[in-house]
Write a protein that binds this ligand. Sequence first.
Ligand code: SAM
Ligand code: ZN
Length: 588
Amino acid sequence: MNETNSINEALPTSGHSPMYVMHKFFARKQEDVIREYIQTYSNEGDVVFDPFCGSGVMVAEALRLGRKAVGVDINPVAIFITKNTVKKTSSTERIVDEFKQIELEIKQDIEELYQTTCRKCGKIVSAICFTWKNRDLIDVRYECSHHGRLISPVNDVDLDLLKKIEDGAVSEFFDDRRGCRYWYPTNSLYYSDGTPFLKKERFNAINDMFTQRNLVALAKLLTRINEITDSDLKEAFRFAFSSITHLASTMTPVRPSRPFSSAWVQQSYWYVTNNMESNVWKLFERAVIKRQGLIKAKEDLPKDFEDKQEVKKFDELAKREEYAYMLIQSSINDLEEIPEESIDCVITDPPYGHSIQYGELLYMWGSWLQLMENFDEIARGEIVKNPRQEKDDMEYEQMMRKAFRKIFQLLKPGRYCIVTFHNPSLKYRNILFRSVLLSGFEFEKIVYQPPPRASVKSLLQPIGSQRGDYFFRFRKPKKKKKLSYKPIKMNNVEELIVDITRKIIMDRGKPIHHTDIQNALDPILYEELKKSDLLMTFNPEGVERILQKHIGEVFQLVDLDPIRIGNKTFQPKGWWLIDPHLHEKKKE
Ligand SMILES: C[S@@+](CC[C@H](N)C(=O)[O-])C[C@H]1O[C@@H](n2cnc3c(N)ncnc32)[C@H](O)[C@@H]1O
Ligand SMILES: [Zn+2]
């Protein structure tokens, strides 16, 4: 930490490294940016704290920089992913040996479930995947050593095999009464009072998301993994296992651009009508030994992570000279393990209103991993907006405020609290801002941080999600002081927004997309409010809505360059001034 050195502009960023791509998570933070923030706002040996640690990027990066780290998350799946991301585990050799052993024992049984023949030479191969349409098997995709990768309509042999599996007539997987010999999760997608998950779509239980074939294949694989005696090794393999479950589900659309690979591309339990059914063994193999697999992830971890000890008590963490970390599965609002004023730096990425339903979405992995016994408690304590959990904006804000009051207490005076936030609406950014400010923090700066590559699509869908992050910098005052704010009125906010937008357009000197206005606006808007200790005590309208009211009077919408996606052309609109010269004069 260097008092004269602060981050006031967006930082360069490149994609995720292997240790982070191993397991899917929703809205994982860009590690290189996080690293810069930790470097700038904490010192070596400091305790860095993330009360909403998710997949653990802040924890891992803090450790990389020689800080001690404390990660808290209410969801056991988040803690599981964090733990497995930072744990150096056993050597590569042990992973390879265990993998070979598993391969020897069960690969053949599993691959037989996907057996087909090359249509060109009759060679028996095991399919990479099948595709389905409206719950009918359509085609089979495989690789023949002579003919390469092929896609063929399914034939009678493929259909017979499927029937055999659906009838429970494969003795390696089913008993005499056609029941699966191995355990798989049947957790229901309803809260305990019978209310359906917001994101369940047409599924009623976890097992509904899988074909019978993939369900039993996963079940057999997991049973074998759970038999591993060395607990570190077992956890590492459970991590690899969990990382393929969604890829083996029916929530994976057929994508013409990637005909042999599956992905879960929606933030819901998406019911796809034209879906993939990927070979579980091939997915698992990839998850362990291929480019984005477990071995690569472990090799990517810095060497000295072997020495990083996980401790269970805060005293132990505090008194250690060398690296250590602590992971706590708890709601920040019930956290008792950490004493007041013992944290040196907070860097966190709290839940964004309703945009990602972490509790519901992590439930699929959690069910396979058998970590969801206390789901009711998780759902109760989760900070989110979700009508199915009876949480509206107000409840969300109350929970956020409570969280930041707690975070304020835990931080040492004079220290920083960096909050990153992703929600595309001003309303939720303002709820966050208000929660942090009213807990006693002083606001210093907002920096907009664009995503690694701005996708063309995201520009066209301004309410989409890939729109980069805001980094809010707050600080706990060195001495206790009473901060007070004056409420600003909605029409004054509106005037301010129109005025700032006008300046943003003038500065760029050309029409700009609404998304770009949003991104540039917040930092200036909050800076302006800060100058006079003003606070938006209400939930503001969306920026676009506000600007629209001034079309014809201040702004006009003009055509930007058309964008082509595939064979479609889109015509984005840009905001421009009615009379730029007039504004130029006004400025002088
Ligand atoms: C936006 S995510 C964090 C993502 C993380 N920065 C990453 O890079 O993966 C927010 C997290 O807050 C957690 N969360 C929600 N309510 C919580 C609570 N009351 N206490 C602690 N964590 C909570 C969610 O489970 C989720 O993992
Ligand atoms: Zn062939």
